[in-house]
Ligand binder design. Structure first.
Ligand code: FPP
Length: 241
């Protein structure tokens, strides 16, 4: 492959990290960092759509984030709710369909309503999917799916031999997404932090040292350029091996 060839990933997932450090380094509250992170998410969405990416997944709140101080948790819940209300028209104008991954039933009622409202209002949009991960954890997603499958087996509605990877994947929160091709993590850490553990099986990992609020479209171009240079073998052999 020549350097000029650009491969567009179908599904890009982002661990939006570094909001707190971005704020603290500026003498601001951590909440300011999350607000700046929200605007970075908007820039990212626009850049992803302009590059014909089919689906993006954003890690907005993890099942572990409840351990943060209550004011920060409350601020995040409000921020996500407000973003959904404010950005809904924009999502519709750009043909973006919202999907939600996570234990949404444990979220505050106003946020649950905003999520459902945005899902319904964008249900017919087909230009790009935004999979918003809220109260999301990869381990609970997999165990929730396993529990549902176990329930169906116990009820005699499924046989053990029916269970396989494709079938299991259809019990995840948002089953009809393409697998994640590219996983971007700003903020300098080199770990996956319980994000989309099933879906990232063969994702290419792209860490960034910049904090998420500093995200610019050029970072996505750099990530795509790096992705295009990677040789994806999916456990097989390269074509020229
Ligand atoms: C991690 O940074 C970030 C979060 C826990 C929240 C991310 C949420 C947003 C950016 C809101 C986006 C909303 C929508 C609707 C897209 P951190 O606080 O762990 O940063 P640190 O590692 O520097 O402390």
């Amino acid at each position: 492959m020549t350097d000029e060839q650009v491969l567009i990933p179908r599904h890009v997932a982002v661990i939006m990290d570094g909001n707190g450090r971005w704020a603290v380094e500026r003498g601001l509250d951590r909440e300011e960092g999350h607000r700046a992170g929200r605007h970075a998410a908007r820039r990212f969405m626009r850049a992803a759509q302009a590059r014909d990416i089919e689906a993006v997944s954003l890690y907005a709140f993890s099942t572990e984030n409840w351990a943060r101080p209550t004011p920060e948790v409350d601020a995040l819940m409000e921020l996500i709710e407000t973003a959904l209300l404010v950005e809904l028209q924009e999502l519709c104008r750009h043909g973006v369909r919202l999907k939600v991954s996570g234990r949404r039933w444990e979220l505050p009622a106003p946020l649950q309503r905003a999520l459902s409202n945005a899902e319904e209002a964008t249900a017919a949009n087909d230009d790009m999917i935004l999979n918003l991960c809220v109260n999301y954890g990869g381990q609970v997603e997999i165990t929730d799916a396993a529990k549902e499958i176990a329930r169906l087996v116990a009820a005699g509605e499924l046989q053990l031999d029916d269970i396989g990877p494709d079938m299991f994947g259809s019990y995840l929160y948002v089953p009809d997404l393409p697998p994640v091709d590219l996983l971007i993590r700003p903020g300098g850490d080199l770990r996956v932090s319980n994000f989309m553990l099933w879906q990232i099986a063969y994702a290419e990992f792209y860490p960034m040292t910049e904090y998420w609020p500093d995200f610019q479209p050029e970072h996505l171009d750099a990530a795509i350029a790096e992705y295009s240079r990677r040789q994806r073998r999916f456990g097989g052999l390269a074509l020229d091996d």
